[in-house]
Ligand binder design. Structure first.
Ligand code: ATP
Ligand code: MG
Length: 392
């Protein structure tokens, strides 16, 4: 059946499910209730079996309210199909009674998680295509909601899948204790320096300062995402400011990007500073919008094939990994704020940019894990009252 027909056929089911009350759970409750013994896994699976269809139906319902031109876009459509497929896979799964049922449910969840990995690149590309034709279309609220709820359902799914695969008591589930931001940032900066070099022929070095021994209880994937996005921007800005067009990359000396780590009472603070020229005041507000980027305009200047090894197409592909659709900063802010953290930017035009990432410790009992608030809990924002009675 054509995917569009399948969606139409499911509209009544989507509408019906979307109006149901979604069970809400805080991260603290999730951490307390996560364990890898079979009985607990069965309970977690039963909870997801009930909660996920409502959450996915709500997202599909939001998609259905979008302008026709957006819904018809190939990439947006692919994402809707993925949501519909997950809704169907979970809703049509029979009632879970036994450990064997739970094991089969786990396999379905693993498969669905993989399918959802492409959602961000698809939406970024689709949004770019739509706005090429209809620049007045702005979907910032829709995208904030889509990506915030995506953070929640991925946490729920990954937490369950991790618990299933975990044999250790201490680190069951999605939150990892005593992560070393220094170790993590060092590994990421090395690979991003390589990427920058492969695009431009040169890259700044990254220097670490401050409390390098500090640790953080956090979700590793979230930490990786935010630091990578900010670091990619800093590396790109530094090269593009200090490497004049048509100059041999080995002829220039680039200022380092500085990463400073500090541990406060509430947050681990990661400050990433570059001398990439900063940005004018007006732009400092605009960069937080989805799809706002300077990547395209500069492509012709920066992608001179004589300065890059490999073909122009390869260089363009690598450049897309470094800067693409203007989704890095808005998503970084969503991830940082999700558990009550923050991201601040201090950009000095004509000099450089300091980005501050403030990340909360995700400890049981702390406000960052116990609050039932759209920005800090695994809540469904549309619920008028939050019921936690059904928590696993
Ligand atoms: N450190 C920085 N120095 C100067 N300009 C920056 C810096 N960080 C971001 N910008 C500007 O903000 C724009 C938006 O950044 P953002 O990370 O959201 O998107 P992008 O890097 O263009 O693409 P994507 O992150 O989706 O790959 C960038 O294109 C760039 O013009
Ligand atoms: Mg970026």
């Amino acid at each position: 059946m054509y995917a569009g027909d399948l969606l139409l056929k499911n509209v009544p089911r989507i509408r019906e499910l979307a109006t149901q009350q979604a069970a809400t759970i805080t991260l603290g409750q999730l951490m307390r209730n996560t364990s890898s013994d079979p009985q607990s896994l069965l309970k977690q699976a039963q909870w997801l079996h009930k909660a996920l269809p409502i959450r996915f139906a709500r997202r599909l319902n939001d998609f259905l309210q979008l302008p026709y031109i957006v819904v018809q876009n190939r990439q947006f459509h692919a994402v809707m199909d993925t949501y519909l497929e997950t809704l169907d896979a979970v809703a049509s799964f029979p009632k879970l009674r036994t450990f064997k049922d739970e094991s089969a449910f786990h396999d379905v969840m693993v498969e669905q998680l993989q399918r959802h990995a492409e959602v961000v690149p698809l939406i970024s590309e689709g949004y770019w295509e739509v706005r090429q034709m209809y620049p007045h279309i702005r979907l910032d609220d829709f995208l904030d909601n889509l990506f915030t709820t995506r953070i929640s359902h991925r946490i729920l799914l990954e937490n369950y899948v991790n618990a299933h695969n975990s044999h250790s008591g201490g680190n069951t589930g999605i939150v990892k204790r005593d992560l070393s931001p220094h170790k993590m940032l060092k590994a990421h900066s090395e690979s991003l320096i390589k990427l920058t070099r492969s695009v431009y022929g040169c890259s700044p070095q990254v220097e670490f300062r401050g409390n390098l021994a500090c640790t953080l209880d956090y979700i590793p994937r979230h930490l990786t995402f935010v630091v990578q996005e900010v670091l990619k921007n800093a590396l790109r800005a530094t090269v593009e400011r200090h490497l004049p067009p048509h100059t041999e990359p080995w002829m220039v000396t680039l200022p380092d990007v500085i990463i400073e780590l500090q541990k406060g009472d509430y947050y681990v603070i990661i400050k990433i500073s570059d001398q990439g020229g900063g940005m004018p005041k007006k732009m400092q507000n605009e960069v937080w919008q989805y799809g706002w980027t300077t990547a395209e305009e500069e492509e012709d200047i920066t992608l001179d094939p004589s300065t890059w090894p490999g073909s122009k197409t390869n260089a363009a592909k690598r450049k897309k990994e470094l800067c693409g659709y203007g989704f890095g900063l808005p998503l970084t802010r969503l991830f940082a704020q999700y558990f009550g953290g923050e991201v601040f930017m201090q950009a000095i035009p004509g000099h450089g940019t300091d980005m501050y990432l403030l990340l909360n410790h995700l400890k049981e009992g702390a406000p960052s894990t116990e609050m039932v608030d759209p920005s800090t809990a695994l809540a469904e924002t549309e619920n008028t009252s939050h019921s936690i009675e059904n928590a696993p």
